[in-house]
Design a protein around this ligand. Structure first.
Ligand code: HPA
Length: 278
């Protein structure tokens, strides 16, 4: 894979494309993971910008992840919605995986809602449930802040509170209104692309993980470094390895995420509505 040019100049050009595409200047951005796609149907007056038109944006390669950025309003609130994300397991560098977040910050986004599909480690979680992240365990083996530290940013970032309690409170309210099965818990991120072994899942449960997945944490770390508030939601697409008699497959994960996606539109629209008028 060819290394992308992710210089500050590229970043400024991408933010410039967004400024030219629409007059909207949203403060909220939402990254859609597997199963959260139907949210796009609820975005009004949408202006779609394919990632191919955004300098530095990697093209997602995974089924279930289109690649476009949508500017519009959701529940009355201006939003930037990213449909499709670059994953570390695809071979992208951490800088590529988190580039979109840096562009969003440059564009003026203040608050970031990250969504994903995840395996349930907590034995009370069932496919189709949702979990708001209260914290995470970074077990990806890499940190997106490794390397030179941009001037003006802290070298050793405090992560005692990655996920913002006020935004989390709005998510709790939205979940109630959307009548979804709702949990709060700890997300453990791995690089993938393999699913875990049952022994790993037993170990992660001891560590305090409630769900496992292959995304979100790099974006959350970079967003916090840039001073954005962050919230995150997992759609529990399956019970993690060893907790059910079934082998795991990406098709099953997508199928459950698609089934649960009936609720994701209502959940995120309600969140955006509350965000606009808390
Ligand atoms: N493990 C890791 N990532 C996942 C899973 C899982 O079980 N389900 C969806 N993403």
């Amino acid at each position: 894979m060819q290394a992308a040019n992710l210089s500050q100049a590229t970043l400024n050009r991408a933010a410039g494309v967004l400024r030219h595409a629409s007059k909207l200047r949203p403060q909220l951005a939402i990254v859609l993971g597997s199963g959260f796609g139907p949210v796009l149907e609820r975005v009004e007056a949408a202006k779609e910008i394919p990632y191919a038109k955004l300098p530095g944006f990697p093209q997602p390669t995974v089924q279930g992840h289109a690649g476009k950025l949508v500017l519009g309003t959701l529940g009355g609130a201006p939003v930037a919605v990213l449909s499709g994300r670059a994953h570390y397991y695809e071979g992208h560098s951490m800088a590529e995986v988190t580039f979109a977040v840096r562009v969003l910050a440059e564009f003026g986004i203040r608050d970031l809602l990250l969504t994903n599909a995840a395996g349930g480690v907590n034995h009370r979680f069932r496919p189709g449930d949702f979990m708001r992240l209260t914290d995470h365990i970074n077990f990806m083996g890499a940190n997106p802040l490794r390397g030179p530290c941009p001037p003006g940013l802290t070298r050793f970032l405090d992560l005692s509170q990655v996920y913002d309690p006020a935004l989390g409170g709005l998510l709790d309210k939205a979940a109630k209104a959307a009548r979804v099965r709702w949990h709060r818990g700890v997300y453990l991120a791995l690089s993938g692309p393999t699913y875990e072994t049952p022994a790993e899942i037993r170990a992660f449960a001891h560590w305090g993980a409630d769900a496992v997945g292959m995304s979100t944490v790099p974006e959350a770390i970079v967003a916090r470094h840039l001073g954005l508030r962050v919230a995150a939601v997992s759609c529990i697409s399956n019970q993690a390895a060893g907790l059910s008699p079934h082998a795991l497959s990406h098709d099953d994960v997508l199928a459950t995420a698609k089934d649960a996606s009936r609720h994701t539109g209502a959940l995120l629209e309600e969140f955006a509505r509350l965000y606009g008028r808390p």
